[in-house]
Design a protein around this ligand. Structure first.
Ligand code: AMP
Length: 403
């Protein structure tokens, strides 16, 4: 059983770091996915007979106020979340208007088993992002067990995500259920992958994905490269890519990655063909071409049918699949076919017993758009954190609990 599940919170006050950085418009929460994701952890603590002090960041108050002086700290308040969480939990969620004030300390001290308190936005204090030890220590006094359930911020060495853990003994700090799920899915893929292990890497830019590809060259058997980033590879090989997306300062990087892959025996699969557009628009005229012969005036906005067929075959032969980044501009209907084909293949491979993890903002958005979220083994909520994990970096939020 997991550390969190086997711990009895009876009579304990759990200080839980969550990620309630949700979109709020005119005081209304427009997407509560992140709040709902924290519910199992909160409910287990309450069911055990414990109480919960929740803390989270919300936006980037100081940076945003500097840029847009009409904004104030009140625009970054977590108060609407307390109200929404009250509805979701069916239990009144108290609110402290400052995360470390006397009032917060008194409210935390007075909490009874079964009660929940949400602290105001941690980032009202600049010390949070600076990883200030005194600030972290003050926060740590608000609970007797520290639970980190905010995988989305695990790559930041902030006061509440990492530094705070040192003020709790080893048996009183742990991951929450969401974080446990994320960490075990990521570790399964990176450290215990059954082979063949295929990484599907897409999206706009090579520069964003170099480190993840480099690290996966040590782990994967096959790397599929799709999306806008593929055209830099074709140009690097001397192809004509028309007006397709290209990072001219990354041509050498693309050549080096291909050389390294060859030396390591990792198969890099590039799409042979593309669906072309005569402008970057949903109503563009379309055509198709192989990727070394794209005429001037046309740009590749999706992988073509030959590429779909080839990628799907590789995916269906895999036992482990990691997917980060779409195959094309899936937000526009005319250019979503490739991403949909890949989603279909990942679904079929999963049904046939493969382990599949989808991580990183836009591929998660694509899987959700096509209604496949429950057809893959795991959909990660931690975009940047998951990316850094697969780049091979140690995430401070994980290290602080484990080490
Ligand atoms: P990323 O955040 O790097 O994963 O990139 C995701 C974005 O890449 C999505 O918004 C896609 O629309 C975009 N994208 C994918 N393929 C292409 C392409 N061939 N040309 C331009 N943009 C693309």
């Amino acid at each position: 059983m997991s550390k969190f599940n086997s711990f009895s919170f009876n009579g304990k006050k759990a200080l839980v770091r969550v990620d309630f950085n949700v979109p709020i418009k005119d005081g209304n929460i427009t997407d509560d996915t992140r709040i709902k994701a924290a519910l199992p952890t909160i409910k287990k603590i309450l069911a055990d007979g414990g109480s919960v002090v929740l803390m989270s960041h919300f936006g980037r108050p100081h940076k945003d106020i500097e840029k847009k002086p009409h904004l104030t700290l009140a625009d970054f308040s977590l108060k609407p979340v307390a109200k929404h969480l009250t509805t979701l939990l069916g239990t009144e969620v108290q609110f402290a208007e400052d995360c470390i004030s006397e009032d917060a300390q008194q409210k935390a001290a007075a909490l009874q088993p079964g009660q929940v308190l949400l602290l105001e936005n941690l980032r009202y204090y600049k010390q949070e992002e600076k990883g200030d030890a005194a600030f972290a220590e003050t926060l740590s006094k608000l609970g007797d067990v520290y639970v980190n359930d905010a995988f989305g911020t695990a790559h930041r060495a902030h006061a509440s995500t990492a530094v705070i853990a040192q003020y709790f003994p080893a048996d009183k700090k742990m991951f929450g259920l969401l974080m446990e799920g994320e960490v075990s899915a990521a570790e399964k893929v990176l450290h215990n992958a059954q082979k063949p292990f295929t990484a599907i890497i897409g999206g706009a830019k090579v520069s964003d994905k170099i480190m993840i590809i480099e690290n996966l060259l040590e782990k994967a058997t096959d790397i599929i490269i799709g999306g806008g980033m593929a055209y830099t590879f074709f140009k690097a090989m001397g192809g004509q890519i028309g007006n397709s997306l290209c990072e001219d300062d990354r041509l050498d990087t693309a050549r080096e990655l291909m050389k390294k892959a060859e030396a390591k025996g990792v198969c890099i699969h590039l799409p042979q063909d593309s669906i072309l557009a005569d402008k970057f628009a949903a109503d563009a005229n379309t055509a198709s071409a192989i990727n070394t012969e794209i005429p001037e005036g046309w740009m590749g906005l999706d992988i073509g049918q030959m590429a779909c067929d080839m990628f799907c075959k590789v995916i269906k032969d895999s036992k482990t699949i990691l997917w980060n980044g779409p195959m094309g501009v899936f937000e526009m209907e005319k250019f979503q076919h490739g991403t949909k084909c890949v989603a279909d293949a990942v679904k079929e491979a999963t049904e046939a017993g493969a382990y599949s993890l989808v991580g990183g903002g836009d591929s998660v958005a694509a899987v959700n758009k096509f209604g496949y979220a429950d057809k893959v083994s795991y959909v990660s909520t931690g975009g940047g954190a998951m990316l850094e994990f697969f780049e091979g970096k140690e995430l401070p939020g994980i290290a602080a609990i484990k080490n």
